[in-house]
Design a protein around this ligand. Sequence first.
Ligand SMILES: [Zn+2]
Length: 190
Amino acid sequence: MVKAPESGESMWSWLRRHRKLAGGVAFFAALAMMLLQLFKPFPEAVNRVLIAACQLTFYGAALVAVYFMFFYRQAPSSEAVAARDTPSGDEFWAEARRRHRLHFLVWVGWLAVWLPLWKLYCLMLPRQDPMVAMVLALVTWMGVIQWAGWRVTSMICFNCGHRAFDRIPTFMRRAKCSHCGTPYKADQRS
Ligand SMILES: [Zn+2]
């Protein structure tokens, strides 16, 4: 349920708490816009106002979604920074690094894997349809990529106990827990 901003809570922090809904709102605004344009269920003037409202909602929600996905950096609290410098912090980030690296390797691995995978499917298929075999190879490897990505995004933060990554961090050194903001700690030994 979406609640109105609690008193004293800034609009940004309210938006941040509901950031995952922004994509859905944009989607439904676009859908409503399409239906209004297709079926014109209301008188012309009303229809036009509704379409404009949908457009506004769509761009607003899309902007919010893009902002929180790519630009928003949560400032870590001093408590989160302190939590990082513990043995469990080291362990967590080392594991995150391993999983992140595997995900990257799996992505790049497609370049090496597609040919043998494709050939294999070509041999296995009764009619030896190269196109179907290619689609199967692609789907198989997408599954592997999904799995490697899930291994990253399913990690539970050592500090707050929530899922640490909303999405796969582009660069590990800029990663932080998306719930409590505990920032990344580089490997001290290297
Ligand atoms: Zn956390």
